[in-house]
Design a binder for this molecule. Sequence first.
Ligand code: MGP
Length: 196
Amino acid sequence: MAEGQQPDPSLPKKHRLQNRWCLWYFKNDKSKDWKDNLKLVISFDTVEDFWAVYNHIVPPSGIATGCDYMLFKDGIQPMWEDDKNKHGGRWLVNIDKKGPRPTIIDQYWIETLMCLIGEAFGDSSDEVCGAVVNIRPKGNKIAIWTGDVKKRDNILHIGKEYKERLGLPPGYLISYQSHTDTMIKTGSSSKSTFTV
Ligand code: MGP
């Protein structure tokens, strides 16, 4: 609904989410700077509008290699440089492309979105900035970004709950990396600050 417009009283009331969320798309165009490839697709703040968006867009398994979806709280840009991200990091889940189900990425992504819009981490949900899914030839990735590497208890709570929500077995370890470490990494792996 446009700003300032009154809701139509004859329509059923929509269910408000705790936060307004923005969906971004990263198109892999190597001729441009990384930031110029980011496009804000749409924002929403009701359950109904979330499903309208979700049902309308191509799932992660269908987007081109090198592209990303990002879902971030309104006001936070999906990049390390944003004030709300710059002291933070991410819980990273690597998804083996050679696994039996190539569309597992879609299942993990919807579960991640449910965790975000449903504020699934209790008080620690305030620490969540957003989530990113990367479609890559070497293996897809999903991550939940949080705002402050020093908030150990919140980060661990989020990591444990997230693992459970994805149905990952206890022996499958996921790691939390600060964005500062990710930025300076050389090669394929960066230092883990936490592991659950
Ligand atoms: P990527 O897209 O997160 O992972 O980062 P990918 O493609 O799997 O690469 P890998 O290095 O993890 O193996 C790829 C590159 O995009 C980074 O090296 C940066 O050059 C750029 N990039 C990614 N992010 C998330 C940012 C960001 O937040 N800010 C800026 N300035 N560049 C970024």
